[in-house]
Design a binder for this molecule. Structure first.
Ligand SMILES: Cc1ncc(COP(=O)(O)O)c(C=O)c1O
Length: 455
């Protein structure tokens, strides 16, 4: 293996990326060709080194700036399964979950959830009960009607959960409309306008079976600027002050997640330490100005912990040239494992994984294999002329790709591996045709099936 500093896309590839002597992309000292031969494609590869580094960067950056207590909750929605939960818990992270399913994964993983939080804009009564029975550290209430629901479930179970209120602070995070969450017209959080959030806090504080701890917000994602966080913290601080004026003390505050990552070479997101400075300095200044005790800080990074660690590896298939218009090169995955370009117009870089140093010879569009014209992974990317069966790698593939995967066209979900020091560890096997039919109930439909015998 070499450690080639000139590797193209080095900035967005996992930290351990390099090449073999013959120039094939390696991750965690594993050749992508060897991995493809062993595990097949499409293949999702997570680099343990990058995951460890991102986790420790967040933990260190916020603890260095905030001496009053910090919890880093990995937003599991970015992607989680049992081994990933165990790995991230081992790196010192807690979790933010939004469903019974995500809770079940943590339960099977056997990780401590006493510092984790249960979120969601429409938690069912069963899910709230599960969260309380599983002793989740906090429940983040999203709406006024959830206050009575949670209070009565808590009373039934004889548990008094720690509760935060998610507010909608009316701060525009300037992200895609589908991922902006902090504006008044949002299904998330109780509006700051008309004292709605203030009144909801009083209601939670008065509830008999809830232990009101604090305020939460999540502005959207990915947020490339620091200003939305500064504005959000200021809105939160005003509310904390209003509450402290009537004797309600806030011990926990969360500005959520949404920290940006580089998907392309031209993206330049702030470092975790820059987000930490903006959030912590604003909160400290506001606490001083408005005379309230500095609360504990809860940070919820999702994509920024896992995106760069992940690489999607595909094999090249068919090619379609439309003279003067476009050349499509299709790969063996697509919108079933990465729907982000189709729904958000997300942009990705593509690398010819077995010859990353070869000069670009043409501009092509990398299409998936699914029955939608929108099934495109990357438009107008410059690459060498790709041959059938060679490998292409898409960096920054670790977040919200597998999390939103589907069986569209009954695609098999890809295998997922974690790599380090020349070893590959399977953390999810590839789906099989048997898996695809395993939920089907075939012994009931008989009476509904018309005879196919001819009359
Ligand atoms: C409440 C909450 N926290 C954290 C996140 C994580 O966002 P990101 O993965 O962009 O950091 C989300 C994403 O939707 C969220 O809804």
């Amino acid at each position: 293996m070499t450690t080639d500093q000139n590797l193209p896309l080095k900035k967005i590839l996992p930290l351990s990326s390099s090449t073999t002597i013959d120039g094939t992309l390696t991750i965690g000292d594993c050749s992508t060709r060897d991995l493809a031969d062993k595990f097949g494609t499409p293949l999702y590869i997570y680099d343990a080194k990058t995951l460890r580094s991102q986790a420790s960067e967040y933990i260190k950056a916020f603890n260095a700036k905030w001496p009053y207590g910090v919890e880093i909750h990995y937003a599991s929605k970015a992607w989680i399964n049992v081994p990933m939960a165990q790995f991230l818990a081992g790196e010192g992270l807690s979790f933010d979950v939004v469903s019974g399913g995500e809770m079940a994964v943590l339960r099977v993983a056997g990780v401590d959830v006493s510092h984790s939080a249960f979120h969601g804009n429409n938690k069912t009564a069963d899910e709230l009960r599960e969260a309380l029975e599983n002793k989740f550290g906090q429940i983040v209430i999203n709406s006024v009607d959830e206050i009575d629901l949670l209070d009565s479930i808590s009373a039934d179970l004889g548990i008094i959960p720690r509760v935060l209120l998610r507010i909608s602070p009316s701060v525009d995070a300037h992200t895609h409309a589908a991922t902006t969450t902090g504006l008044v017209d949002s299904k998330f959080g109780v509006a700051i306008e008309n004292n709605e959030a203030y009144n909801a806090c009083i209601k939670i504080n008065e509830a008999n079976h809830l232990d009101f701890r604090g305020i939460h917000m999540h502005l959207g994602s990915p947020i490339f600027g620091l200003e939305p966080y500064i504005a959000g913290v200021k809105v939160g601080a005003q509310l904390i002050k209003q509450l402290s004026d009537i004797g309600i003390l806030i011990s926990d505050f969360s500005p959520g997640g949404g920290f940006a990552v580089a998907y392309t070479d031209s993206d330049n997101p702030p470092a975790p330490s820059a987000y930490a400075s903006a959030i912590c300095e604003t909160l400290a200044e506001q606490a001083d100005l408005l005379s309230f005790p500095p609360p504990r800080l809860i940070i919820e990074p999702g994509r920024s912990l896992v995106a760069r660690a992940g690489v999607a590896l595909y094999s090249v298939g068919s090619r379609k040239e439309i003279p003067g218009i476009r050349t499509y090169v299709a790969v063996d995955g697509g919108m079933s494992d990465n729907i982000r370009p189709a729904i958000y117009g997300s942009k990705y870089e593509v690398m010819a994984a077995e010859r990353p140093f070869d000069p670009a010879q043409e501009t092509v569009t990398i299409a998936g294999k699914f029955c939608e014209s929108g099934d495109v992974l990357a438009r107008d990317v410059k690459l060498p002329i790709l041959k059938r069966d060679e490998l292409v790698a898409i960096p920054a593939a670790g977040a919200y790709q597998l999390a939103m995967e589907s069986n569209y066209n009954l695609a098999l979900k890809p295998a997922v591996i974690m790599v380090e020091d020349g070893k590959a560890y399977v953390i999810r096997r590839r789906e099989t045709y048997d898996d695809l039919t395993s939920l089907d109930v075939t012994n009931q439909i008989g009476p509904l099936i018309s005879s196919t015998e001819s009359p």
